[in-house]
Write a protein that binds this ligand. Structure first.
Ligand SMILES: NC(=O)c1ccc[n+]([C@@H]2O[C@H](COP(=O)([O-])OP(=O)(O)OC[C@H]3O[C@@H](n4cnc5c(N)ncnc54)[C@H](O)[C@@H]3O)[C@@H](O)[C@H]2O)c1
Length: 339
């Protein structure tokens, strides 16, 4: 069996999961190298996985390695675009965690580089690989609920960790970016035209002055008439909560959830069930499936399921949302931004 040599950039929480997936969960993938600038981070991950692979402190050196055919980027969000560009220019296929870029200048440079080099690029919008979300998309494409009229998508993270180190506008650029992509996925073929966003610091009001917004709602108007709402909060005390709903002219679909399993506990207090506390529990299969799909796309030279253009649409909604919060008014998507 042909195995794809993959170089992993970033050996943190997400990089560790992707590294294990590449090494152990995808038969036609090979974890060829890991890069992380923190001394020992790449080596520690490989030790834990019991895998022998090359290590680099500098991601650009990994990208230049001639034996690497594809790069998986799981470094901090604001470092993505330069690694994506470097990898494209070295002729590698790229899987990049969300967001692919954080402004339109970076995004356009990436699109131009792809145009010139014809690389395969996939972005980590894992909900497209989750069974329920994918089934909802397929039902909508098949016309089972008629024309979408109202859509909802939410992300509620379980705990606000390391609040002081969260960068400005993260709730739009790194969290709600998933919901913006989900809404595009569940309203297939439609384009966003206008956004109105409200955001606040309700969990840590003391950090608002420093730019931390932990709660947000975004209304989005699409060119097929549909109206969508995305919301996010960084501290859902009951667990990791990712759901969506599409209401159409012929019915409604709901998907996503919080449950750990279908087990229900009945006792003198009533009935209850356990919830997932980590994204990697709730979306385990989707995380594996997105990298399996990427590996297969590269090996068979087929288009990726979710590409750089999809990432740019989600980014445009995020940038319009930021402008909307700054200006406190609706903003047309794609207008020059103030970010
Ligand atoms: N798809 C999802 O739902 C999801 C969930 C969690 C995280 N993520 C994404 O994964 C990425 C990583 O998040 P994380 O939670 O693993 O963060 P993390 O802080 O745990 O890990 C980041 C790692 O990157 C390393 N690093 C720092 N600067 C670097 C650079 N310039 N080049 C290469 N590596 C560098 C750090 O040393 C660290 O090991 C982020 O982009 C995040 O948005 C996605």
């Amino acid at each position: 069996m042909r195995k794809l040599n993959i170089g992993l950039i970033g050996a943190g929480r997400m990089g560790a999961f992707h590294g294990e997936t590449i090494a152990n969960r995808i038969p036609n993938a090979n974890l060829y190298a890991v890069a992380d600038p923190v001394p020992g981070a790449a080596e520690n991950l490989l030790d834990k996985l019991e895998v022998a692979a090359k290590t680099f402190a500098d991601p650009t050196e990994l990208i230049k390695d001639e034996n690497i055919e594809a790069v998986v980027i799981a470094s901090p969000a604001r470092t993505h675009a330069c690694n994506v560009l470097a990898a494209i220019n070295q002729g590698k296929a790229v899987f990049c965690e969300k967001p692919m870029a954080i402004n339109m200048e970076e995004a356009n440079r990436i699109l131009q580089a792809i145009e010139g080099n014809k690389n395969l690029v996939q972005v980590g919008f894992n909900r497209r690989f989750e069974n329920g979300f994918r089934s909802a998309h397929e039902e909508i494409v098949a016309g089972k609920i008629g024309t979408p009229q109202l859509l909802r998508s939410n992300t509620r993270d379980p705990k606000l960790n390391r609040a002081e180190s969260i960068q400005e506008w993260t709730i739009f650029l790194e969290t709600l970016i998933h919901d913006f992509d989900t809404l595009m996925y569940l309203n297939p073929g439609a384009k966003p035209v206008e956004v109105y966003a409200i955001a606040d610091a309700l969990i840590r009001p003391d950090l608002k002055e420093k730019g931390l917004l932990d709660t947000a709602v975004v209304n989005i108007k699409f060119d097929n008439g549909a109206i969508a709402t995305a919301d996010a909060n960084f501290q859902a005390v009951y667990g990791y909560d990712v759901r969506a709903e599409v209401f159409g002219s012929e019915g409604m679909l709901t998907t996503g959830g919080i449950r750990k399993s279908n087990m229900i506990r009945y006792n003198k207090n009533g009935a209850s069930y356990d919830t997932c506390r980590y994204d990697q529990d709730l979306l385990f299969d989707a995380y594996v499936s997105e990298l399996r799909s990427f590996t297969n796309s590269v090996i068979s030279n087929e288009p990726t399921v979710v590409n750089a253009e999809d990432a740019v649409w989600a980014l445009k909604i995020a940038l319009a949302s930021i402008d909307s919060v700054k200006m406190n008014c609706p903003i047309k998507v794609g207008e020059k931004t103030f970010v």
